[in-house]
Design a protein around this ligand. Sequence first.
Ligand code: GRG
Length: 398
Amino acid sequence: MAELAADQHVRYIVTVEKKKDSFESLVMEHIRLNGAYWGLTTLDLLHKLHAVDAAEVVDWIMSCYHPESGGFGGNVGHDPHVLYTLSAVQVLCLFDRLDVLDIDKVADYVAGLQNEDGSFSGDVWGEVDTRACCSVSPQLRYARALRFRLPCRYQLASKADEPVLSHNRSAPRLEDLMITAGALGQKKGSAQALRPSCLCGAIPHSIRELIYNSWFSYIALCTLSLLHRLHKINMQKAVDFVVSCKNLDGGFGAMPGGESHAGQIFCCVGALAITGSLHHIDRDLLGWWLCERQCKDGGLNGRPEKLADVCYSWWVLSSLIMIDRVHWIDKEKLTKFILNCQDKETGGISDRPDNAVDIYHTYFGVAGLSLMEYPGVKPMDPAYALPLDVVNRIFLRK
Ligand code: GRG
């Protein structure tokens, strides 16, 4: 079996970080803080976090902070969002530098995004705004990705079954969004070039998923837990919302009635693990659905009839570990699949063998190997998506 090209991966990550004008850096400009979490966590898993200047990273993270709201943007000058707030907290945890935060201010930002039904919005623009309502084009099924590409300010007017959008006065024009969404939809899958910007999640079934989505529940709960501030939210309602996303097949969707998808399952199982609520899961039923994700080539897919992708090594395995069913996967075949996706010369891991590498798949490939106890890779915590020693430092020190 091929071996993990750890040194090359470290070099690849450090190079991507430095080349601010490369294509990969440019398309990830708006999600740079998330990318920093992927790259730096990979370095730590490979025992090479010292390859970057910690003080420089912490200074840059704090330059993405919005002191008036308490949230972090995806890069300097970008609007705050709960995802980048989690990434900032996770990276600060890696460096043991939570001391630079006004913890209550950040926690209040996240807690303030909880909705009446217990779900969370991704940012303050998720608030209901009935101005300038318009109906949804199917093109906007791609808008979850766009939400992280543009300062997208479209909002839900109601939680009615027929989704209705509204936008506030500073929003980009809807037509522009639809054109961009259409372009993204056509190119997705066929254009390698777009891949790094299409990383943000499964295609939502409706625009409602952009606003009320179980990943925001995970993100909020994970952030608050790392900050020891879970008491700031209505936890019962948060758990009830996550449980309401459970399907008859044992899996979870992005919202009640949404199709089961491995990424959403990680979010819901992680949220339930963090809140001590795993008893809501039928472990055998969910374990069966998850282990059926293993394809003939050994890789895992995210839902039935789809191709395997290295990133699901994380989303599926972490969920299986949290419900004690990871032994239902053929680890040897999966390890081989991940290692075959490496670029052994210039470093990095791709979604499938022979495709172009990127930071996202490099992280999830190494993280998957970590969950399978690959030699030389630090063990990871499946719920917090951080190295185990980092998580132990946070919770055992307290
Ligand atoms: C800290 C690890 C961590 C996560 C933070 C961002 C987030 C919380 C969770 C995202 C979970 C999610 C929805 C992952 C799926 C990502 C993905 C590759 C989606 C692709 O969806 P499709 O429909 O692909 O394009 P498939 O594979 O279904 O064809």
